[in-house]
Structure formats: structure tokens, C-alpha cells
Design a protein around this ligand. Structure first.
Ligand code: ADE
Ligand code: ZN
Length: 326
């Protein structure tokens, strides 16, 4: 059993986090009032009570609806700053966050609105909290590839602010192969690549993400365990999987936390890490994820330390900064 003190005080990196998924019901309520938006809920408690999901799509429907309260620069600043304060609480010293630009541009809120807000909070966190942040520009896979290409073009002025591109949203029926061109274009521009694969989708989607999109990390990837050849490839090449246990539980990827395969993957030699995904919607930030794993799977201190070390090892930090934390 790992102690909660150790979980709390170990410096950590978080590598799989959607900034829009950190919107707490209190801030959603406050911003709805500010912008005269009528929410389909009667109270903050009613918002939280609505967070019961059957699968990924039932979550995404609420997640996109929730993001509609984010309208001006200061809203995005507040969203980012609130998450970075949570990082401080959980001793996350480095975070690599996904931003979903199309969630905003499709409702008339452009890069020139959300990027300055995010950047203001990130700069303040570096200075006041000592936390470093990288951003990942993530494409919505339920939309056509053409839309992703246009989004990459619209981001031009902010290329220096993103370390990588990613792929998220509804996985089933939207395989990585749909996005080969936009990932090739992003790679030619110097971006690193990651993609959600093997969350609800089959191992074949993980193969496609690796072979067709040339990703350096797989987000989720827990269904890789169904394919022994893929497992061998992930171990031999030490390709990181950014696993999100509480997300998997809340979206019914697993029925019980005690059935989660993360520690088995770790013990089999995979480079797995623990992450929160959408902590407001799933009810746990990173330490909460470690704590529920520990409760359900009786994680040893050795496994905990390995998972935390993996988070730095799998990060996009320069080697000398990684070494500082390892
Ligand atoms: N967008 C936000 N969270 C996601 C998840 N867990 N899977 C796919 N897309 C997402
Ligand atoms: Zn995710």
C-alpha cells in the first residue's frame, strides 16, 4: 500500500489533461451568470449531479456544452489559472495540456481570444508557482480532416506556443487513418505528435496511430493489452501510454477500478503514466487518480515511484530538465 503522504509529496508531471475538462461547476455557473447564458441546470450541485456517464460520447456531449460558457480572454485565463492552482496542490511541477481549438472556433471564439488568456495564466504560474507548462493542439476527430487542416493553419501565429498536436473526441468510427495528412503537415512544421487511441477503440487504432500518424505517445491505449504483438512493440520501443484510471472508470472502459490493467501493464514493462484527463467531470485530479488506484489495487511504493518517474521520462521536457526530476 503506497502512503497518501508519498502520493501527495512526490513531484509529478501530468501528460494527459484536457484544459476544457478542468472547468469546475462553480466556474461554469459564475461564467454563465457573467454572460447571461441560461444553463440547463438549476444549481451548481445539479451540474455536478449530471456527471454520470455511460460511455465516451455521453461525456463528450456535456463537455462540449459546458465549454460554451467560455467566451472572453479572462474566462480562459481563469480556467487555466484554476487548474494550475490544483497542480500546485497536487505537487505537479510540469504539465502538458491538450487544448481543443475547434471547440471554441466553431462557436466564433478564435485563437486570439483563448490563447492570450491561457498564456497569461501559464506565465504567471511559471513565475509564482514554479510550474512549467506545454500545450498540445488537439484536433477533434469527429470533424473532417479538412477542418483539422484549417485549424492548423489558423493557429499559425501561435505555433511557438504548442509543443505537439494531438487527436481526441469520439474514437469509434474515427480511426487515426482519417488524419494522416494533417499529422504529416504538423510533423513537417516541427510539432511532436500524440493521439488518443485504444480508449474505446480497438488495438488496430493504436497501430494506426503509431504507423500512420507517427505518434511519440499514445493517450489511453489500455486496449493494447488485447494484442500481444502490439504489447511487444510498446515494450521494446518504450512508447509511453498516458493512462487515465478515473476517466476509464467513469466512462465504463472498466467496470471496477480493481479490474484496471495499469499495474499489470507497468509490471509487464510498458512505459505507463497516471493522468487525470478531465478531472472536473470525472471527480479526481492527479493525486485522486493515484489514491483510487492505490485503494483498489494496493499499489506498492515501488510501483508508485516508477509511475511518477515515468511521467517525467515520457514528457517532452529537454533531457537535462528530465534528469533533474529523475
Ligand atoms: N476529450 C476530452 N476527454 C477525452 C477523452 N477521454 N477521450 C477522447 N476525447 C476526449
Ligand atoms: Zn483524453
Amino acid at each position: 500500500m503506497a502512503s497518501n503522504d508519498l502520493i501527495r509529496y512526490l513531484p509529478k508531471a501530468e501528460l494527459h489533461l484536457h484544459i476544457e475538462g478542468t472547468l469546475e461547476p462553480e466556474l461554469m455557473w459564475q461564467l454563465a451568470n457573467k454572460h447571461d447564458i441560461v444553463l440547463p441546470y438549476e444549481s451548481v450541485e445539479a451540474i455536478r449531479a449530471a456527471y454520470q456517464f455511460e460511455d465516451l460520447q455521453s461525456f463528450l456531449d456535456l463537455y462540449y456544452q459546458g465549454a460554451d460558457v467560455l467566451r472572453d480572454e479572462d474566462d480562459f485565463y481563469q480556467l487555466m489559472w484554476a487548474y494550475l492552482l490544483k497542480c500546485k496542490e497536487d505537487n505537479v511541477v510540469h504539465t502538458e495540456m491538450m487544448v481543443d481549438p475547434q471547440t471554441h472556433t466553431h462557436r466564433g471564439v478564435g485563437f486570439e481570444v483563448f490563447m492570450p488568456g491561457f498564456k497569461r495564466a501559464i506565465k504567471q504560474a511559471k513565475k509564482e508557482l514554479g510550474i512549467s507548462c506545454y500545450l498540445i493542439l488537439s484536433f477533434l476527430r469527429h470533424l473532417p480532416e479538412e477542418d483539422a487542416l484549417q485549424t492548423l493553419e489558423e493557429a499559425k501565429e501561435y505555433y511557438d506556443d504548442f509543443i505537439a498536436v494531438g487527436l481526441d473526441s469520439s474514437e469509434l468510427g474515427n480511426p487515426p487513418s482519417k488524419f494522416e495528412n494533417v499529422f504529416a503537415r504538423a510533423k513537417s512544421l516541427g510539432f511532436k505528435c500524440v493521439a488518443h487511441a485504444g480508449e474505446e477503440g480497438p488495438p488496430e487504432y493504436v497501430w494506426q496511430a503509431l504507423n500512420l500518424l507517427q505518434v511519440e505517445r499514445i493517450d489511453h491505449g489500455v486496449r493494447s493489452a488485447e494484442d500481444p504483438v502490439l504489447m511487444r512493440k510498446l515494450v521494446e520501443n518504450q512508447i509511453p501510454l498516458t493512462v487515465c484510471p478515473q476517466s476509464n472508470l467513469k466512462l465504463n472502459v472498466v467496470d471496477e477500478m480493481s479490474q484496471h490493467n495499469i499495474l499489470k501493464l507497468l509490471d509487464d514493462g510498458l512505459l505507463v503514466t497516471v493522468n487525470a484527463d478531465d478531472p472536473s467531470y470525472f471527480g479526481a485530479y492527479i493525486n485522486g487518480n493515484f489514491e483510487s488506484l492505490d485503494r483498489a489495487l494496493d499499489m506498492s511504493d515501488k510501483q508508485l515511484v516508477k509511475l511518477v518517474k515515468n511521467s517525467f521520462f515520457a514528457s517532452f521536457l529537454p533531457e537535462d530538465e528530465k534528469e533533474y526530476w529523475l
